[in-house]
Design a protein around this ligand. Structure first.
Ligand SMILES: [Ca+2]
Ligand SMILES: [Ca+2]
Ligand SMILES: [Mg+2]
Length: 339
């Protein structure tokens, strides 16, 4: 609401100012947030059912007005903007998670599969997701994670493999509540999937990159995305993936790749770029390193702190390098109120 400060007749002390925010629903205005007698309002969170908010249409244009409230009803418009729920969802994007459901992981019904569910309700993917997810979750404020699978054929027709499907089978709202929510979605859909191939990373990277592009164009330093990919590491589209990473290296984005199982992770180490700068297929180098690779098997029986250290070994520096590249001050954590 940057328009607010310049627009309001602030500081005259002539009258008490009320700020009224309204949302337009069809032709009717309905005040949803009111902050009284405050020139520097802090809006409270509010909940409205999607049906009321936008008739459950995520693409429906919404107009948000901010007005100075006058008791005679002639509210003065201070500023406004239009948006839609799909945009708001992007703005609120948590850390996206991608899970590898390709055939190289083994048939989930076979005990050799990385997706084989043991009688205690766990498998290698879930163990890795739980452990790494706890680490990442602590850094996410709203704990809403859009979760995707890739490389499986889906019901009802089981035709082509999908390279990015909502893990909860709800493409309009792929968000899961916490790591627990991702685990629940995983358990629900796993028996319905047919593992397939090829093993493509680039579609999900490009999707998250497009969201990060939108955030970067907003020209504010407030948003940074961390894409978490869990995979057995046997990538098919290595060239498209490195091209996607080189393109994404100018965006507010980091990628943490967690290697599940015992596979050869050479390709993942190349993407990580610790032993040599990653280049695109035409030889362009990354603008900055945005990938961290974590071989989960090395941390399976280690203390959580060791895993956390590895998972977060590079992200803080990657974040700082982004803000430096853009000439922004990195966001500093709010100081705790002095007691
Ligand atoms: Ca790296
Ligand atoms: Ca690394
Ligand atoms: Mg595979």
């Amino acid at each position: 609401m940057t328009t607010w400060e310049g627009g309001v007749n602030a500081g005259t002390g002539m009258h008490q100012i009320q700020i009224l925010t309204v949302l337009r629903q069809s032709s009717a205005y309905k005040p949803v947030l009111v902050v009284k007698n405050n020139l520097n309002p802090c809006w409270k969170k509010f909940c409205v059912p999607l049906q009321t908010f936008c008739s459950s249409d995520l693409e429906r244009p919404l107009k948000v007005d901010c007005s100075d409230h006058d008791s005679d009803g002639s509210h003065d418009l201070i500023g406004s903007f239009t948006t839609k729920v799909s945009e708001l969802q992007k703005a609120a994007q948590g850390s996206p998670v991608g899970i590898d459901f390709t055939g190289s992981n083994g048939d989930p019904r076979s005990p050799n599969s990385l997706h084989y569910m043991s009688p205690d309700g766990l498998n290698q993917y879930l163990s890795a997701l739980w452990s790494v997810g706890q680490v990442v979750q602590d850094y996410d404020t709203d704990k809403l994670f859009p979760a995707f699978g890739f490389g499986a054929k889906l019901p009802p027709d089981y035709q082509a493999a999908h390279h990015e499907f909502a893990l909860n089978f709800n493409p309009t709202n792929p968000y899961c509540q916490g790591i627990q929510g991702i685990v629940e979605a995983y358990r629900m859909v796993l028996p319905q999937l047919r593992l397939s191939g090829p093993t493509n990373f680039s579609p999900i990277i490009n999707h998250v990159a497009s969201i990060a592009t939108g955030a970067a164009q907003a020209n504010s330093a407030s948003q940074y995305f961390v894409l978490l990919i869990l995979t057995d590491g046997e990538i098919t589209d290595f060239d498209q993936t490195r091209d996607a990473i080189v393109r994404a290296s100018r965006l507010p984005l980091s990628i943490i790749i967690v290697g599940v199982g015992p596979a050869d992770f050479k390709a993942m180490e190349l993407l990580d770029g610790d032993n040599g700068v990653l280049r695109s297929t035409i030889g362009e180098t990354v603008a900055r390193d945005i990938v961290q690779f974590v071989p989960y098997r090395q941390f399976k029986d280690a203390p959580v702190a060791a895993l956390a250290q590895s998972v977060l070994a590079e992200v803080p520096n990657q974040l700082v390098s982004y803000f430096k590249m853009r000439g922004f001050e990195p966001p500093t954590p709010k100081a705790a109120p002095k007691s």
